[in-house]
Design a protein around this ligand. Structure first.
Ligand SMILES: [Zn+2]
Length: 275
């Protein structure tokens, strides 16, 4: 049943995305779905594909449904279908200059053939028209199609990474969060070690710990740790997350490999440690 609701939610977002692109293209002449970077990265299709499958993520969160392989297939499929739906709507609503409707004159697939091979490729900032794309149109359409599927799969991968309760599987919600002041590398390492390996009292201590007053020079290497308290909306079990941002002298970067989580025992709340 939950799969059906996930699918239904995706059909809604998919339709919104396709209709949105039809309106955008008719009003401005710009086809967002066809937006490509460096000829090989179908950025518009990837983003549109993600948005089209986005309803699935929303539904999964609302229903506390952990996405499975079936959902992955549905997300990829619905994203791909969004592209076809767009072309179909474009065809269905197309009225020629002389007032005749395209759908009265030609079948959908013949229309597709015509559109794909006779669209004009525009290149560069001045959008210089370099002529009809011909057979290359199929290649571009194939690329767009792959982009949509990649977008659908990205949406699935994104949702599959969202943290869930170890007990009941519900998606966790952020309750509180706090950033440390700027730390030296040694301090950051010690805090992460204690967070990962300490007992409950030691973890609470990590959350409260403050470095001594001082100022770093502009180029000094330093780190900031973010602690986040997440909670299960169903069984209320809490989980702590620690993530670290490091300044290497030039820029700040999040070090994902050092991100870690601690499950708290059921019934124990760490809210007061974030006050
Ligand atoms: Zn739970």
């Amino acid at each position: 049943m939950k799969h059906v609701l996930v699918l239904a939610a995706m059909l809604i977002t998919s339709t919104i995305v396709a209709v949105g692109n039809v309106i955008l293209a008719k009003l401005t002449g710009f086809d967002f779905f066809g937006l490509t970077f460096w000829f090989i990265i179908p950025a518009g299709a990837i983003l549109a594909g993600m948005a089209a499958a986005g309803g699935g993520i929303l539904a999964a969160r609302l229903l506390n449904h952990g996405l499975t392989k079936i959902d992955a297939f549905m997300m990829v499929g619905v994203s791909a279908a969004t592209m076809v739906l767009y072309y179909y709507l474009d065809y269905y609503t197309l009225v020629l200059d002389d007032g005749r409707r395209a759908r009265d004159l030609i079948g959908f697939w013949d229309y597709m053939d015509l559109v794909l091979t006779s669209s004009h490729l525009r290149i560069g900032r001045g959008a210089r028209d370099i002529g009809q794309v011909g057979a290359m149109g199929y290649w571009l359409a194939g690329l767009e199609f792959i982009g949509f599927m990649a977008g659908g799969f990205s949406a699935f991968a994104l949702a599959a990474r969202m943290p869930r309760c170890t007990d009941c599987g519900a998606y966790l919600r952020k309750l509180k969060s706090r950033k440390t002041e700027e730390l030296t590398r040694e301090e950051a390492e010690a805090m992460i070690d204690q967070f990962n390996n300490g007992d409950v009292a030691e973890v609470a201590e990590v959350l409260r710990w403050k470095p001594p007053e001082r100022t770093f020079a502009k180029q000094d290497k330093r780190a900031v740790i973010t602690h986040e308290l997440q909670g299960c909306p169903k069984c209320m079990r809490e989980q702590l997350k620690s993530s670290i941002n490091v300044f290497n002298g030039e820029e700040w970067k999040e070090i994902e490999a050092l991100e870690s989580r601690r499950d708290l025992v059921p019934g124990l709340s760490f809210r007061q440690h974030f006050e």
